[in-house]
Design a binder for this molecule. Structure first.
Ligand code: 6GU
Length: 228
């Protein structure tokens, strides 16, 4: 899978994909992340990318032309399954969307800044708008990092243990059960006995019950029908 990210702050997006699972995914050739500096498409001597908004009001708006030229260049090279604009007024991101997007061959992520982007880009290029939660970030870069990470780890072969993406919190609409490692007794705090019993079916049953209880206590909304 290839993900092209369009940003005015590409430096913000270097480090998140240079470590751990995202690094391995790229080293194995399963994921390619390419960050494009929108400033390279800026207009004039000052490489301008934003301007005052028509009708007045505080805050700059990202102009059509740099974005359109950048997106046209990308679309010349390959076909994109979705062109996603990251914006606080988008659809709220959740695991089901990550699962869907992980099936695409090529994606574009556009990071917004200032007061956002000219509406005409949203109308004529963007196919999907996503927010990562009900709070305001300074720009879409951190949201883009969240999407790349959550999508990248779902690609076949990225996780060592094929099972582990499936047992993540949210993958079955349940939170994850508690986990423990050695020692079995730390400062008198004991690991639940069932986990050291060797009785695998009983352990699986215990984990499911714990996951269900944790979900009821913390996120009852996940147990309600009709979402995905
Ligand atoms: Cl995608 N962008 C910005 N700027 N703020 C956000 C967001 C995105 N999602 C939540 N807050």
């Amino acid at each position: 899978m290839r993900i092209d990210v369009v940003s005015v702050l590409p430096e913000l997006l270097r480090s998140p994909f240079e470590h751990s699972i995202m690094k391995r995914a790229q080293d194995k050739g399963l994921l390619e992340v390419v960050v494009h500096n929108l400033r390279d498409y800026g207009l004039g001597r000052h490489r301008q990318i934003d301007d005052y908004q028509f009708g007045g009001g505080a805050g700059m708006v990202m102009m059509c032309e740099p974005l359109a030229n950048c997106l046209d260049d990308l679309k010349k090279e390959r076909t994109y399954g979705e062109i996603i604009f990251l914006t606080p007024d988008g659809e709220r991101y959740r695991q089901g969307i990550a699962n869907q997007l992980s099936l695409q061959e090529n994606l574009i992520l556009i990071c917004g800044h200032y007061k956002g982007i000219d509406e005409r880009i949203r109308e004529h290029y963007v196919t999907r708008e996503i927010s990562i939660g009900d709070y305001v970030l300074s720009g879409g870069e951190l949201a883009a990092a969240v999407l790349v990470d959550s999508i990248g780890r779902l690609l076949p072969g990225v996780l060592g243990d094929e099972q582990s993406a499936l047992t993540d919190s949210f993958q079955d609409d349940l939170l994850a059960p508690p986990v423990y490692t050695r020692p079995a007794n730390f400062r008198g705090w004991e690991v639940p006995e069932i986990l050291t019993s060797g009785n695998t079916p009983k352990i699986e049953e215990w984990r499911y019950e714990q996951a269900m209880q944790r979900t009821k206590d913390r996120r009852p909304d996940l147990l309600e029908e009709g979402e995905e």
